[in-house]
Design a protein around this ligand. Structure first.
Ligand code: ATP
Length: 253
């Protein structure tokens, strides 16, 4: 284990109130998030589900400081309102505390798996040696200790996503945002990714917020939030399937 446990399980990591986001459409505006309240807790795998176009990615972007909402506040960790910070401070907050995993992996084509992870850590201020050591551990943790020097072109889709996860987890993020992390993966690789997300919550105490259409993820979630047409229509806390928790111990180390 390379990370410390964040917050106390159950403590709020993020709390958004009254989020409204509109986009220009023709001469008018379309309201994509309609007064959304949202929170996520340390140690929880929180799933956000909903039909295409319901506003899931827009919500993640507003929560993570990527897209300024028109109205509303986002309290995150020790920041009472992320959107009151300067854009430089928001970028720094994201760099220091948030991890991101996207459907398209977002890897640099010319960098090896090890370099993908060390680059981010160097941005965070680690020395090259410390960054390399930590990146190696993070890649070993996702089962890629034997693929450190491969570039993305030589990796399978599942391996690429594991590099992206290692890159996100190596930073020791308190909040981990995942947007459709399994949709480009087959069943087996999807399972590996799900287990890694579960572990990030259970063992690292991260607040994991995962947007997905993938019903397989539901068994692993502590909380399932449904959004439709920019409104949260359902918010259920559930016990993750014990089998799912048990199996997370089988994820690659
Ligand atoms: N930059 C933008 N400009 C204009 N409209 C946008 C923009 N970004 C998103 N939208 C619109 O906002 C709505 C919500 O988009 P969003 O990507 O949040 O949905 P989603 O639930 O994540 O969908 P999907 O599951 O297909 O990814 C959609 O109708 C989309 O077309």
């Amino acid at each position: 284990m390379i990370t410390k446990v964040h917050g106390k399980h159950g403590d709020a990591a993020i709390e958004a109130k009254g989020i409204i986001k509109r986009f220009k459409s023709g001469r008018g505006y379309v309201e994509v998030l309609k007064n959304v309240d949202f929170d996520a807790r340390h140690g929880d795998l929180t799933m956000v589900m909903g039909p295409s176009g319901s506003g899931k990615s827009t919500l993640i972007a507003a929560l993570s400081g990527l897209l300024r909402p028109d109205e509303g506040t986002v309290a995150a960790l020790d920041q009472p309102n992320l959107w009151k910070l300067s854009s430089g401070k928001i970028d720094k907050f994201r760099l220091d505390h948030c991890g991101f995993i996207f459907q398209g992996f977002n890897l640099f084509p010319s960098l090896s798996a090890l370099q993908q992870v060390t680059t981010v850590l160097k941005y965070q201020g680690l020395t090259p040696d410390a960054a390399k050591a930590r990146a190696k551990l993070a890649l070993e943790e996702v089962g890629l200790g034997h693929r450190l020097h491969q570039r993305p072109a030589a990796l399978s889709g599942g391996e690429k996503q594991r590099v992206a996860i290692a890159r996100a987890l190596a930073k020791d993020p308190q909040i981990l945002f995942a947007d459709e992390p399994t949709s480009a993966l087959d069943g087996e690789n999807g399972q590996v990714v799900i287990r890694l997300l579960r572990r990030a919550a259970t063992e690292h105490g991260a607040a994991v917020i995962c947007v997905t259409h993938d019903p397989r993820l539901e068994a692993w979630a502590d909380r399932v939030i449904h959004i439709e047409d920019g409104v949260i229509i359902d918010d259920q806390r559930r016990s993750p399937d014990p089998e799912a928790l048990l199996n997370s111990a089988l994820a690659p180390h």
